[in-house]
Design a protein around this ligand. Sequence first.
Ligand SMILES: [Fe+2]
Ligand SMILES: [Fe+2]
Length: 265
Amino acid sequence: MVLPKVPKALEEAKESSSLALNEEGFSSKRWLAYFQENKKSCPQIVIPATVNIPAAMRPPLIHSLQRFQIGETGEGKHLKKFAARMNDPDYEKCIDMFIKEEQHHARILAQMIAGMDGTLLSWHWSDLVFIALRRLLHLKTEIFVLLIAEVIGKCFYRTCSANLEDPLLSDAFSLIVLDELGHLEFHCGFLRKQFENSPVLVRKFVLLCWSWLFYCACSVFIADHKRALMALNVQPKQFLEDLHTTFRICSRRSLSLEWQEVVEK
Ligand SMILES: [Fe+2]
Ligand SMILES: [Fe+2]
């Protein structure tokens, strides 16, 4: 099936419509309506049994996609359990639909890997580290760690979308990026509400810890996925800049702080 083209303008429109959802503050009711509408309008993506990817590009791409696929697969039991403690049934439903969107991404990635004659992983240490970190404290910690994975995922999928020549794969990645843009704003809005009454010093401390963890994760990511980035004609330094820019936007939206005012002063 031919997917609709997802141009840059559509990404920008998605970003601003997600932003608009949080304009008057985070509302789980509004986000639930968003997730329901997103489910209804989600195009059916079917990746053919063989995909058009040059042979040299396949091993590094399979290596990277296997790791993302396993990260998107989780059932989110722990996240659901924490969300239940918020006493907000709409937020619980949002988390449930968010997890289903991630599982949908996992299925698309699995089809891509199979189309390149790759196999799926049953576990990977990076996924276990993320799970352990997410469970360390409470829901807010889980969302902060989750957002690190969301930022890295969104940047990597956008890189794939922009640099893969196969139009079907490029479009499939674009559609995943659109979902990830919604996820970023959903979690950022939730955190902003959680921290709206926190003193600036507390938010600065949180941002310092979050930034430290984010840049550690970025270093590990670059080391593990360098070959895929190079195969996609993207220099690791360039990719790091994209990660940095996205993280700065997320930190501003989550903690109402400019990254520079905390880290560079
Ligand atoms: Fe995802
Ligand atoms: Fe996501």
